[in-house]
Design a protein around this ligand. Structure first.
Ligand SMILES: *Cc1c(COP(=O)(O)O)cnc(C)c1O
Length: 394
């Protein structure tokens, strides 16, 4: 549940980095512990029959989950947040706002799991989806019809790292009476806060940058409207995919260093992207920080002080040859997921985006030669040597 503190105004005056450490991490009143205890209790003693305290049952509310949600609400400039068992559970909760016959307009540069949820699970409930290029306002406006109830985009698309104009999309959706949500997993609230651009719902896979250490799963939603928060809370409580207290603690701990991590990782990513761009065997680099990126100017406006730590590049090579490069790195682990301190490498066509239909992969530029990097906190020199050796082995 969302528990606005009396100190909300004082908190709002603090900078992002300070709030990430202090909001939701208040000193424990009982012991003075500077790190709040992890509350594992599944149920809470009530003051009387039919009388409810602040907490009653952990699916409905848990103090450790509340702490995480309060930190995130502050970081995303919302009125409330909800923590889920995974990023997919968070997106699923949003889709449960919809009914049979409703239509969704989603980005064509979309996380593979979101593609699968919309096409394979929501379709069973009579909800259909149209994928469009979110960097084209005209394409989005044209795709919205009478039945459209939700627009779903990503602040930095996946795997091609496209950048939509959030304020423009919010205007288009609201003008047509449609709710708009964005997946801010790649962007992080340190670089972009979609609610400040008029977006209704911001979602994270907390498994990635928020947690930041590849050691827990989680998902979150944050919203700027109390009525919408109440509807989402109702669905979450009724369906039950809440985040467990231990994982809440791990995400809370991760958030304390989010700002530092993403800025440092962004810096290394820009260096790697520039180095890749000059590499004779690399045919294309997609990184929002490069001038060659189609939305570079918009990325500069939208992302605050860094361009994120995902780098996608293309080899002029087939599926097998590209796979071989991905298998040849030593520091970059060959793995899906992203956003942690250790660098990862993967081939979207066979890994993160394998759940796309082959025709959609071809249509949306997810080529056989595409490689996606999640750049961690290792040094640029070591990462660069590692990639150089792997690319030479092709
Ligand atoms: C990983 C990811 C998800 C799904 O989150 P899980 O925690 O794996 O369920 C959704 N969106 C993006 C952009 C992701 O990277």
């Amino acid at each position: 549940m969302n528990h606005p503190s009396q100190d909300d105004e004082a908190d709002a005056a603090l900078t992002f980095r300070t709030r990430a450490i202090h909001v939701g991490n208040e000193v424990d009143a009982a012991t003075g512990a500077v790190v709040p205890p992890i509350h594992l209790a599944s149920t809470f003693r009530q003051p009387g029959a039919g009388q409810w305290g602040e907490f009653d049952y952990s699916r409905s509310g848990n103090p450790t989950r509340s702490n995480l949600q309060n930190t995130l609400t502050s970081l995303e400039s919302g009125v409330g947040s909800l923590a889920f068992a995974s990023g997919m559970a968070a997106i699923h909760c949003v889709t449960m706002l919809l009914e049979s016959g409703d239509h969704v307009v989603a980005g064509c540069d979309l996380y593979g799991g979101a593609y699968r949820l919309l096409h394979k699970i929501c379709a069973r409930s009579g909800i259909d989806v149209t994928l469009v290029d979110m960097t084209s306002a005209d394409a989005v406006a044209a795709a919205i019809g009478e039945r459209t109830k939700l627009v779903w985009a990503e602040t930095i698309g996946n795997p091609r790292l496209t950048i939509p104009n959030l304020a423009e999309l919010a205007d288009i959706a609201h003008h047509r009476g449609v709710l708009i949500g964005v997946d801010n997993t790649f962007g992080t609230p340190a670089l972009v806060r979609p609610l400040e651009h008029g977006i209704d719902i911001v979602m994270h896979s907390a498994t990635k940058y928020l947690g930041g250490h590849s050691d827990c799963l989680g998902g979150t939603l944050s919203v700027a409207d109390q009525e919408l928060f109440d509807r989402l809370y109702y669905i979450q409580n009724a369906t039950g995919a809440v985040l467990d207290p231990l994982s809440c603690f791990l995400v809370s701990r991760g958030l304390k260093t989010l700002d530092l991590r993403i800025r440092e990782q962004s810096k290394t990513s820009l260096q790697l992207a520039q180095w890749l761009q000059a590499h004779p065997r690399v045919s294309k680099v997609l990184y929002p920080g490069l001038e060659s990126h189609p939305q570079h100017a918009l990325a500069k406006q939208t992302l605050d002080g860094g361009f994120g730590a995902m780098v996608t590049f293309e080899l002029d090579a087939g599926l097998d040859e590209t796979a071989k490069v991905c298998e040849s790195t030593k520091l970059f682990h060959l793995a899906v997921s992203l956003g942690a301190v250790e660098s990862l490498i993967e081939q979207p066509a066979t890994m993160s985006h394998a759940s796309y239909d082959a025709a959609d992969r071809a249509r949306f530029g997810i080529t056989d030669g595409l490689i996606r990097l999640s750049v961690g906190l290792e040094s640029f020199a070591d990462l660069c040597d590692d990639l150089d050796r792997a690319i030479a082995s092709k």
